[in-house]
Design a protein around this ligand. Sequence first.
Ligand code: IMP
Length: 437
Amino acid sequence: MPITLIIGTQWGDEGKGKVVDYYSKNADYVTRFQGGNNAGHTIQVEDEIYKLHITPSGVIQGKTGVIGNGVVIDPEILIKEINELTQRDIKPNLLISDRAHLIMPYHKLLDGAEETKLGAKKIGTTKRGIGPCYSDKISRNGIRTIDLLHPTILKEKLNRIIPIKQKMLALYGKKDQLDVTKIYADYLKYGKTLSTYIAPTHLILNKAIKENKTLLFEGAQGTMLDVDFGTYPYTTSSHTIAGGAAIGTGINPSYLTKIVGIVKAYTTRVGEGPLPTELFDKTGEHLQEKGHEFGTTTSRPRRCGWFDLVVLRHSTMLSGVTHLAITKLDVLTGLKKIKICTHYKLKNETIDYFPANTEDLEGCTPIYKIFEGWNDLPSTIKKYSDLPNNARVYLDFIQNELSIPIKLVSFGPKRSETIECSNKLMNINRGLNPSNI
Ligand code: IMP
């Protein structure tokens, strides 16, 4: 049974939570493979709204949620989420990889201190300790969930690592912030609470594949925040592309054959860094207000811009996206003209790829095609052909340019505001050719 993998194709916040919830219906296991509680997934079930940061969203459907080895876990936040779900009568069925790394108090302190030190050049991180935790993992100074079950090893590691972190924090002007005894006691307590969930999840997932179970992998953040292929250094610290799913779970990459790219009908990003199609006008305000574009994790306003095909070419190529799921189409309703960036102009050259260099990106001017808008997307829409003609022209252009069929369109937060499509590619042309400016 192939694994369905859900990937964000832009700068995160594409609406993955809703799509994961949709695909979870048929899944036995829903797995997170990277990131941590920097993510924020909102799922609306009828009038109930759930906001999850670290727990895989599939648990709301009663599925087994797996937190893979590639995830970094703040145990305090995870326990809080488990308790909140339990209070709402959802007893999460959870498995946590014994190899996943733990976010420690010094990671959070260092994340904040490094950002302050960078000043105007700050990354705009979520300050959840994500980057420092992944740094420790790579430099082999990390603490893993398995260590919570071995108090002597945990104590030995903390005694070795904390004095070094103390010195690092002092360099940032933060002296004597860490109390080894308290951190040890807190993490032992977290270990007790989480011990029943900690398991060799790579073995469990591989067994599930053999038993023909249905697996769904849930990406966090988006391709443009990938530490290698995003807008480095304005990225997160994990691999958000499809390749990250194999590494972050311990499954064979050949099982990743159904890759759903989540695509917001326009573009947003939180934090600093290049955003070539960013809008600073009334249209940007329209997208922000109508799309409720405020971060789920930090409540920061998201920067908004037109849809960017250069980004989508990059992200769908990197992850081998086989299906597109378009989200938040309703947010574009009411705009007279809608633009799609097809290429960038860079130093008199027209380019169709995403440059590596921040300075080059800042010098890129988007080249747009203009589309006619639509005035209404009634909630009675049940199939692709019910969409207004101009909306279909817009979406057809995207799927034809990428040669990837749209399989899902979401036009509101409710489960019912989703249509499944049986689109096939090639020459979908409704006679309204978009024009260049
Ligand atoms: P970090 O992941 O907290 O280190 O933040 C690095 C960058 O990724 C910042 O620009 C954040 O705003 C951004 N980021 C991290 N997580 C998310 C997310 O879930 N959605 C959107 N942006 C995110």
